[in-house]
Design a protein around this ligand. Sequence first.
Ligand code: UDP
Length: 367
Amino acid sequence: KNVLICIGTRPEAIKMAPVYFQFLKSDYNTKLCVTAQHRGLLDQVLDFFKMKPDFDLDLMTPNQTLNKLSSRILEGIDKIFTENKIDLVLVHGDTTTSSVIALAAFNRKIKVAHVEAGLRTYNKQSPFPEEMNRQLTGRLADFHFAPGETASLNLKKEGVASNNILVTGNTVIDALKTTSAILDQGFKNTVIQDLKEKVNFNKKIILVTGHRRENFGEGFESICNALVRIAKENDVELIFPVHLNPNVQEVVYKRLSNLPNVHLIAPLDYPTFIWIMKKSHLIISDSGGVQEEAPTFGVPVLVTRTVTERQEGVTAGCSFLVGTNEVLIVEKTKELLSKSKVNKSINPYGEGDASRKIVDFFKNRTW
Ligand code: UDP
């Protein structure tokens, strides 16, 4: 049978890499399609994991609206569907790439499998547009790989049959295991060398990321105010790989340049980012993937959102919802800086065998 794995953004590439390689080891004829909804960030991950797309729609253009992107994905993927016999499409998570390709496959009566299925806030505006993307993908999909029990329960409540759901853990932990092993062998590059010259790694390191659309404007202003205070009031070093979106870049560079212990840098390639994560005392981020990865290294995450679909980390005491409230961010940071890191052995998001479980699911049933 012919399997097509579809990805568009950096996190999808990281989280689908283990699934792709597991499928390549199977008897299925497996192909990789990238929409390149992100270009540079996606390519960094493809290079690191040595993934070669069979189809590249190369759709990124500056300031593209979500509707324009959607229509171009629909057209591009449909051409691939008409020119190739595809039996199963795998999409991931909550991107425009995923929901639109799921729709295109549904219209062509091609089976759809959704990896990282069932995450929900049930709030259409947060995260936007991700919450709607994953709900739509969930409605369109035939097979649902839920990262945890909560996600599985959400899907069942929405009427998905139990035998089409498998709880696998999150594939990000599979990717992290491989990457962590590479880092343990001694990992160097010019970015790390550069950082070692600029950053005093004997101080407590705070890693910061941010890219959520619902935080653009006021939210980012407030987060930046908090970061200024954190940098001035504590003996810390902040490392902030700044997302390429102009809405993020503008505020961050305006507010945080010229602080000696705030290091604004370009988005990092995946292994370098994990290298810093391992060295961090604390992370301030609105990222989904980061909430899942950090518990592996016992690094707490202040989540700059008011809701999270990754509640397991909050329950386990690995992450803390602080929203974009300046005072809350400053106070929670102070509190966590005074403590040692959380228990290293707990990662509520998976054990690193999710991709094997996904491929076994198809081997063990007729479809
Ligand atoms: N990441 C990275 N470089 C960076 C920032 C993040 O490689 O400079 C990785 C991170 O380890 C995680 C993923 O990108 O695996 C998260 O992506 P992002 O925050 O963009 O998206 P989300 O997870 O919120 O969908």
